[in-house]
Design a protein around this ligand. Sequence first.
Ligand code: GLU
Length: 447
Amino acid sequence: MTLDEKLEGIYDDVLRRNPAEPEFHQTVHDVLTSIGPVLAKHPDLAEHKIIERICEPERQIIFRVPWQDDAGEVHISRGFRVEFNAALGPYKGGLRFHPSTNLGVVKFLGFEQTFKNALTAMPIGGGKGGADFDPKGRSDDEIMRFCQSFMTEMYRHLGEYTDVPAGDIGVGEREIGYLFGQYRRITNRYESGVLTGKGIGWGGSQVRTEATGYGTVFFAREMLRTRGDDLGGKTCVVSGAGNVAIYAIEKLEQLGARVIACSDSSGAVHAPRGIRLDELKQVKLSERGRIARYVELDRDATFVEHGNIWDIPCDLAVPSATQNELTRRDAATLLRNGCTMVVEGANMPTTPDAVRLLEEAGALFGPGKAANAGGVATSALEMQQNASRDSWTFEHTERRLESIMTSIHRICAETAEAYATPGNYVCGANIAGFLRVGRAMVALGLV
Ligand code: GLU
């Protein structure tokens, strides 16, 4: 899709000033493609150079993370925290520990997070961080030492009113525990609201673990409702086998759908009679093993080594692994096999040309910055509970999550309608998020 002249100039500037950051370029392009009509309606946003300012992170922190493995060997990892935009609240967004993490990836995630957080209508700005550390195969002690070293630099940039990280790929409750422990030790403050995704026994929120996956499915349900349809009897393929995928599968099954495949970086599992959740949780959450092990526990399933999960026919695809995992070729295969809907559980898992193909074919497409916002929304609920020294029940918290997802769906659908792109959730999410952040930035002045 093409940009108008003014936006083209802004995009060229982003390319020039941020070389070799393809994921960041991709997400900026995606947003710029949607917001042309907004500037025509709201010239004040252009006058205040809101787009140019939104594309420039408020602060970018890169630091050395030295740590020792169990054999005593020293390793040097690179840590990041990109504090993107705090117009709506403290910087908020997860930490990713994965060898592919670099500044461009963290910036793409921080940019997405800014819009996503705005869509939740909760008081949270956007940020993201992580390290190029590979947790795969590392012992518990190594993970702890790494987290402690990471926090020894990071703590000075954080605070419940400043910047509040959480998990992302490679960072779950265990890592948040070690990070929080080190923060508490250095600062001598039991500042629960400085991190989210904590354990239930020490300041965490019910439903936070499930929230991203559950939220994605609630969003999918709302999308289907616009077509007078529901999830009952739908055949689904969910890529990934991490937190997002596992709890998306759980909620899909609860709502009457059948999930027949999931995957990890080693391959895919095809279970035509439906993925068995207890077994999947045992392999991925308890044993922290590879997905191939699942077929030892479910004899009806087959393991496709390095197989492409999108070759498996389904009604609904939920990419929940990582960025750019669903390509144009995959989208063509999905469509050919009768798939009518793609909802993103991960951040930017569908390539732009795949999104275009799906849209042209009239498939429903739910972009991650709206569909997977349930995780960060529940983080904001965790912050609320920490601030009031309260803890809510699972049922209450899940109802809050459900109503937040319904609201996000409504604002995306209504905005798409108002800007003459009915049914286009990409435009709806980008425009609604941009308007919320942009208006707050104008109100706060040139800072
Ligand atoms: N990493 C998650 C996301 O992509 C959650 C962030 C958070 O809870 O702060 O939205």
